[in-house]
Design a protein around this ligand. Structure first.
Ligand SMILES: Nc1nc2c(ncn2[C@@H]2O[C@H](COP(=O)(O)OP(=O)(O)O)[C@@H](O)[C@H]2O)c(=O)[nH]1
Ligand SMILES: [Mg+2]
Length: 319
């Protein structure tokens, strides 16, 4: 195994970053070991960013928003990494980053790093790879990490669990259910941003803002932060600066409340527990004795010959 030189990565070399990400995404056990060793070494150099999650139904304007937001951030002197958690195949048209055309200018910028969603993940799934890639990007000096998801399966929840600030893009008019936004997502949102507030939709967007501001105030929020509702036009770059201003407000409030590192620490702990659950399940499913006894046990439980509890205990006794 060739030794991985950390220095180029830490000094922001894109090729070194891409190489490290390739190791993280690799299915080979030897690569995974090497990736974990790199990750452990970069940990002290990671974390110096703001991690922003962005979700919203297809067509809401996520790619267009990221293009405008990313270019704005670069103007502010930031380096921006764009990652994605998208469990659906990029070929199926799900992947936001499949349509790089909407991020044409951003993708040409030296200060931006755009990485499509890994096509698959083993343990921890696609989200695990994105988390690890995020750490590598931070070590390479990116100040703002944008994690986009189209919200297939559990991906919105996973993204909310790996970022500092979670933003839901919405369309003007139409309730959240009409827009196909999953129940529970609004409760996770730190901000609702109603996009396409331009032309004929501008008034509708304002009405939606009023509606969602009161709807959000009814939700119970346990954090120090009161979620905000804003409007913007990604295509006209209107209010993009205000969205960033809001994130900055959040950042300073979180620091003041001593909540910034605490939230990340909590996320790391929760993720470890998630991985332990997955590793346990994997170990169980690969255990030969368990494999042997499982069909009979399932049958007995189905036929009410034994209880689910007793069957579960027999399985657990093997590991
Ligand atoms: N009028 C208007 N159209 C927009 C805006 N943002 C995106 N669009 C359009 O909406 C469509 C979907 O945008 P896209 O960024 O691909 O959405 P995504 O599927 O969420 O990534 C495209 O035709 C965009 O040009 C906006 O702010 N205003
Ligand atoms: Mg898109």
């Amino acid at each position: 195994m060739s030794k991985f030189d950390l220095q180029p990565l830490l000094s922001g070399n894109r090729r070194a970053l891409a190489k490290a990400i390739t190791l993280v995404e690799s299915k080979l056990d030897s690569h995974r070991e090497q990736a974990q060793s790199i990750l452990e070494q970069v940990l002290p150099h990671s974390g110096n960013s703001i991690r922003i999650g962005i979700t919203g139904v297809p067509g809401v304007g996520k790619s267009t928003f990221i293009e405008a937001f990313g270019l704005y951030l670069i103007e502010q002197g930031k380096r921006v990494a764009v990652l994605a958690v998208d469990p659906s195949s990029p070929l199926a048209g799900g992947s936001i980053l499949g349509d790089k055309t909407r991020m044409e200018e951003l993708s040409r910028r030296e200060e931006a790093f755009i990485r499509p969603s890994p096509s698959e993940g083993a343990l921890g799934g696609v989200a695990q790879k994105t988390r690890e890639t995020m750490l590598l990007c931070e070590a390479a000096g990116y100040d703002v990490i944008l994690v986009e998801t189209v919200g297939v399966g559990q991906s919105e929840y996973q993204v909310a669990g790996m970022v500092d600030f979670f933003m839901v893009l919405m369309l003007p008019g139409g309730g959240d259910e009409l827009q196909g936004i999953k129940k529970g997502i609004l409760e996770l949102a730190d901000a609702l941003v109603i996009n396409k507030a331009d032309g004929e939709s501008e008034n509708l967007a304002k009405m939606s803002k009023t509606h969602y501001t009161s709807a959000m105030s009814l939700l119970r929020h346990t954090s120090f932060w009161t979620p905000r509702v804003m409007t913007c036009s990604a295509i006209k770059s209107v209010n993009i600066d205000a969205v960033w201003g809001m994130v900055v407000d959040y950042y300073f409030q979180a620091l003041e409340e001593n909540a910034f590192q605490g939230k990340r620490a909590h996320q790391n702990r929760a993720w470890m527990h998630q991985l332990v659950r997955e590793m346990m399940m994997l170990r169980l499913s690969q255990n030969p004795a368990v494999k042997d006894m499982l069909p009979a046990l399932e049958q007995q439980v189905e036929n009410n010959e034994t209880t689910a509890y007793i069957a579960a205990r027999r399985i657990m006794a093997e590991v």
